[in-house]
Design a protein around this ligand. Sequence first.
Ligand code: R5P
Length: 310
Amino acid sequence: MKLISCNANRPLSEAIADHLDCPLTDAEVKNFADNEIFVRINENVRGEDVFIIQSTSRPANDNLMELLICIDALRRASAARLTAVIPYFGYARQDRKTDGRTPISAKLVANLISAAGADRVLTMDLHAGQIQGFFDIPTDNMVALPVMVDDVRRRMANENLMVVSPDVGGVVRARSFAKRIRADLAIVDKRRPEAGKSEVMNIIGDVSGRRCILVDDICDSGGTLVNAAAALKEEGAVSVSAYITHGVLSNNAVARVDDSVMDELVICNSIQPRDEDLKSKKLRVLSVAPLLGEAIRRIANNESVSKLFD
Ligand code: R5P
């Protein structure tokens, strides 16, 4: 097996490599003066089972191009099988036509990854499960839920917990979380008057006196969580923590969380957090490296990965 890291999240690649006790393959992924990307694999990969680790997070287009060019280099170097390990799959929220004459960019990105020469994809908490079907190659969509549930069990066992979905679209994810920790479920009725803005209309469920856990796939501007936390506290919630897989954290999201009534924001390291964001006392990061590492090990050995969903 060979593990190759592009530049989006090298600390995660290193942690996966440590977990697998398999050093990262020597490779250069760099920019020419005009910003074009250049890749050189400095080790023989002929006939190897290769895993390329790259989140297509900010800057999304550069990181996507790095991934595509890296796949091309490995294909031309005669790797036997190429798995694109994409802990955070960017463009996932553009998964349908939202209006006339708009693209389905998630499908385009899936096509690009296949066309570049990937044989399979390993990803995590796709924004919508059906994006898996945008790929015509085998795609494993891991869930970070076991990592989050372990954390809740360690830190908040025996509390009066209530899992809360921040919108109707997240109910399946939140229900599965609630079932694991044997808690009740509440739902925030969220509306988006325009892209990037959210409003809370109602809370479905009685959250009074409960410690609330908001569960979502993405925190982008933080608006969804901050508004939900305010509404939950108004309805009598004792505390509000949020467990999020992908900390996209654009536009001062962490400052917005710091200034809000939300008590804690827990994200996974599918996207490398910025140093300034890590200074926040409300932000905590859970590692998904062991989970992804184990999935890679199982794929390489042709073992089942569905065990990891338990
Ligand atoms: C939307 O459906 C997603 O699951 C997230 O709730 C959304 O992307 C969060 O965005 P923001 O943090 O900007 O409110």
